[in-house]
Every structure is written in structure tokens, then in C-alpha cells.
Design a protein. Structure first.
Ligand SMILES: C[S@@+](CC[C@H](N)C(=O)[O-])C[C@H]1O[C@@H](n2cnc3c(N)ncnc32)[C@H](O)[C@@H]1O
Length: 222
């Protein structure tokens, strides 16, 4: 017989959750319910312990102009994004400026979608790949690149204010190219894209999270 989660001490609960995560038993709604059962003020740290994230390395000294240093998104924003897009197993999710990979891994674990991170800082990419390999997540990958310099593809893109200025303009041009081929959703945290003519903003239940649907002529909405 299983104990109720509330009846378990914190250490036992974490050990069981890790074992279930590694065996593939903890996915989708079961993971979502478990995360929501953790008190909100502990949730971010709890998820990092579950995924095995340690302190990030310091940001590299020579970040290019317009690039924002590493800071992880809140788990609540990620839960809201997955539910409100809604992210599906047949989506191709891309986090532009993925840091240690918290968003990429959770997006995949919660939805089953293929998920990719694009990150400028090589030490962060190495850490993210190592965690992914340990958790055996073959549908999750990380590219070491400047998002403004590579061809992009995917159906759902996530940006936690990773860059600004000309770098953001260049990435938006690349995203518009994707949207000419297929409908896309762009999810932003603490970043407004109000003046972009090919995007339509959607209301969300979270002030810090905004969703935009592409509306390039001839390409239907998702
Ligand atoms: C605010 S953090 C967001 C991290 C992650 N997306 C999350 O929400 O947890 C921004 C990240 O974007 C990365 N970054 C900044 N400019 C970039 C660029 N041009 N291409 C790829 N990554 C970039 C930074 O190194 C940093 O890790």
C-alpha cells in the first residue's frame, strides 16, 4: 500500500519522485499535480532538486551586446505556459536562450513534446546536456549557438527576456520566416512584443506570461 504524499517526510518524497522521474513513471498530469502539491514558495527549489540542477556557473564575461545573463523562469510560468498554449506531444518546443534547461526539460516532461534549447553560453549547454543524459530524455536536446545566427524551426517558442535591441529584432525576423511556413505560438515572460504586426496577443492567467499567435497571411492559425 502507498502512503499519501503528505504523510511522507520531505526526503522520502523527493527520493520517490526522483526514482519515478528516472523510470519514466512521473510525466504529464501526474508531474503537474505533484508540482502543484508543493507549497508555491518552495516550488522552484524543489524542481531544481528533482531535476538535479546545481548552482549555475557564473555568466561568461564576454556576452555580446543585447544578450541578457542567465536567470531561470519560475515553475509557475512554465506550468501556465504548458497548459495555456496548450503544449501537445506532437509540438516542437524551442526555448531561445535556454540556460540550464529548466523550461526545456519541464515542457517536455509535462507535455511529451519534443523540446530543444538554444543557448549562447557553452558551460550552460554542457550542464543541460549532462542532466538530460542522466535523466535519459532522448526527445530533449540543446544547441550551443547565438539564436540570432541560426535557422530556427518549431511550433512553440519560449523567450524569457533573453535578449533585446538588434539581437531581438534579428531573432524576430527568423521567427517570422518560420511563421511563413507554419503557424507558431510565441510565449514570452517579462517581454512585450506589442508592435510586431504578424503577432496576435492572447490573454493568459498569469501577468508575467504572454502568448502570441502568428498570423502571417496565407498560414492558418494553429
Ligand atoms: C533570462 S535567461 C532565461 C533562461 C531560460 N530560458 C529560463 O527561462 O529558465 C536568458 C538566457 O538567454 C541566453 N542568451 C542571451 N542571448 C542569447 C542569444 N543571442 N542566443 C542564445 N542564448 C542567448 C543567456 O545566456 C541566458 O542563459
Amino acid at each position: 500500500m502507498h502512503d499519501k504524499p503528505d504523510a511522507l517526510d520531505a526526503g522520502t518524497r523527493m527520493r520517490r519522485a526522483r526514482a519515478d522521474l528516472e523510470s519514466g513513471a512521473l510525466r504529464g498530469d501526474a508531474l503537474r499535480e505533484l508540482l502543484l502539491s508543493v507549497p508555491a514558495f518552495e516550488r522552484d527549489g524543489w524542481v531544481d532538486a528533482l531535476l538535479g540542477f546545481e548552482e549555475p556557473p557564473p555568466d561568461v564575461a564576454d556576452l555580446p551586446r543585447g544578450a541578457v545573463p542567465y536567470l531561470p523562469s519560475g515553475v509557475d510560468e512554465i506550468l501556465a505556459m504548458v497548459a495555456e498554449v496548450p503544449l501537445r506531444p506532437d509540438d516542437a518546443f524551442v526555448d531561445l536562450g535556454s540556460g540550464l534547461g529548466r523550461v526545456v526539460m519541464l515542457a517536455h516532461l509535462l507535455s511529451g513534446a519534443r523540446a530543444q534549447g538554444v543557448e549562447l553560453q557553452e558551460p550552460l549547454v554542457h550542464r543541460a546536456r549532462a542532466r538530460c543524459a542522466e535523466l535519459a530524455l532522448p526527445r530533449v536536446s540543446f544547441v550551443h549557438a547565438n539564436a540570432a545566427d541560426i535557422e530556427l524551426d518549431g511550433s512553440v517558442f519560449f523567450l524569457y527576456a533573453p535578449f533585446n535591441g538588434e539581437m531581438l529584432s534579428a531573432v524576430l525576423r527568423r521567427l517570422e520566416d518560420v511563421a511563413r511556413r507554419r503557424p507558431i505560438v510565441i510565449c514570452t515572460v517579462d517581454l512585450e512584443l506589442h508592435g510586431v504586426p504578424w503577432l496576435r496577443e492572447r490573454e493568459t492567467g498569469k501577468v508575467s506570461l504572454t502568448l502570441y499567435d502568428s498570423c502571417v497571411r496565407g498560414v492558418p492559425l494553429r
